[in-house]
Ligand binder design. Sequence first.
Ligand SMILES: *[C@@H]1O[C@H](CO)[C@@H](O)[C@H](O)[C@H]1NC(C)=O
Ligand SMILES: *[C@@H]1O[C@H](CO)[C@@H](O)[C@H](O)[C@H]1NC(C)=O
Ligand SMILES: *[C@@H]1O[C@H](CO)[C@@H](O)[C@H](O)[C@H]1NC(C)=O
Ligand SMILES: CC(=O)N[C@H]1CO[C@H](CO)[C@@H](O)[C@@H]1O
Ligand SMILES: [Cu+2]
Length: 492
Amino acid sequence: MVNFRVRLISFLVIGLTCSIRREVRELMNSDRSGLNGEGQAFVDAVNCLMDSGRWSRLKNVHTKNIAAAHNNAAFLPWHRLYLLALESEMRDCTGQSISVPYWDGTLDSQNPEGSPVFRFFGSNGNNNGPFRANHFSRSFNGGSLPGPEAVQRIESGNNNYDAAREAMEGQYHPYVHSFVGGNMANLYESSGDPLFYLHHAFVDKQWAAWQQNHPSIANDYNGPGPFGGQASRNDVLDMDGVIPDRTVSQMFSISQLGYSYSAGAGPITGGPDPTSVAETSTTSTTSSSVSISSTSTVAVSSTASAALNSTTLLPNSTTTATVLAVSTKIIKPLSSALPTTPNSAALPNVKNVVSNLSKFIKRSFFGMEAELDHVHFQFKKRGAYHGSLDNTVTPACEDRDDEYNLRHVSPLSEHVIKKNGLNETYIRENEKTMNDLVDFLNKERGYLSNAALLYHEGYGKDLLDNYGSITEEQSLKNKKYVQEKINKFYKN
Ligand SMILES: *[C@@H]1O[C@H](CO)[C@@H](O)[C@H](O)[C@H]1NC(C)=O
Ligand SMILES: *[C@@H]1O[C@H](CO)[C@@H](O)[C@H](O)[C@H]1NC(C)=O
Ligand SMILES: *[C@@H]1O[C@H](CO)[C@@H](O)[C@H](O)[C@H]1NC(C)=O
Ligand SMILES: CC(=O)N[C@H]1CO[C@H](CO)[C@@H](O)[C@@H]1O
Ligand SMILES: [Cu+2]
């Protein structure tokens, strides 16, 4: 009875204490040179579990539940409870209130190897970073991950639980396991890598977002059940004694479970469509326009031109990067293409350079505008917006040169599909849809995904590295903007 009362009280306390799970970048200090206090406390808590043998025990709870927790309806609630088990263990081991961070891999989708996650939570191979050695290894596949638009499609679409669960299990989730490789690519070993929990916290956030987007079916639960047959809300989620088992019906509300998710780090995607700015610029007094050619107009917003006037803002890293890029991409080829004597054979090449020049200038202006908005953001705390007039080419997944276009996702290997018991037809169909969406967005006039821009050495890394988190309001605004693009994609 005493024991029961203690449990009840601790349940209530957990239920009343609202902890915030933050994006992993929010656990780093502002210049990304190290972890902040919350980040260090998380690492210390994992090491506390690793030192005491509790890490292996927790890892084995997942291994024991492979069949009951995957490829069926219980995937989402089982992993939701499992993350609570990790937090409970961390709190128990350290006596401190520690939350699991989430890793939004869409922010790293264009170049996951460059993710700051690998700067502070272990890297490729047997480099376990700050964690006690020999618990896990990794083997990067070198490709790219689904971008933020693909995840937003998961969260906003799927009008029944079974479809949503299958999407969350099969559309973003396996690509991260596959990219990280090593333990993470092996269902039976994956929970030994701390990144497993950060990754699954983001999957859990997707479920919470889907629930919020679909209020009338937020507590639905159906499809194939964890023990054969059909799913039932009374399905028991087994934690093997680490924390008490729960039923599915207890797992629907994250606020009742005592936690929430922060809006995230950096600007995600979106902002006003620069095309519409460009189209209204001739009549608007708030924009001035720069004519590049007879067929295109690039608008520079009033904030941008005001900032352009301010010499104190100009010599910043991104501007410098733009100038350097103009010099290496335009001036050098132009000077080598120009003949020293009149020479008609050189003409096609000169035309080529000039054509590149006009494209590049268009992009540079938007890059410049993004930078100026970035500067503006630093004062006004709002997101940058981006745009490109010429997003027509999708780079290959492993291409690391194109800095403006979203990449196709690396296809899951047959090996990973088989090992994880995934439906190959479903996976391939979805890969095609994700890539069609990428092609569509790349061709959308004026659309430039922040996921691509974030990867950009000059603009994006700087953007992401200099911000902590975005506001809920900005996140919603971005989502609304992207949603319009996604809706347009479905109409086509
Ligand atoms: C920028 O400076 C020029 C020249 O001083 C001025 O005519 C123009 O109005 C300024 N533009 C803005 C947006 O402040
Ligand atoms: C023009 O740009 C294309 C694509 O970036 C590049 O392959 C080509 O070499 C460029 N041409 C010249 C003459 O710079
Ligand atoms: C596999 O996925 C396809 C496409 O979504 C679906 O038609 C098929 O029924 C699935 N097969 C199984 C065994 O679930
Ligand atoms: C040269 C210059 O002004 N650099 C500044 C650019 O902006 C960053 C913050 O984003 C500052 O830290 C730099 O000092
Ligand atoms: Cu799992």
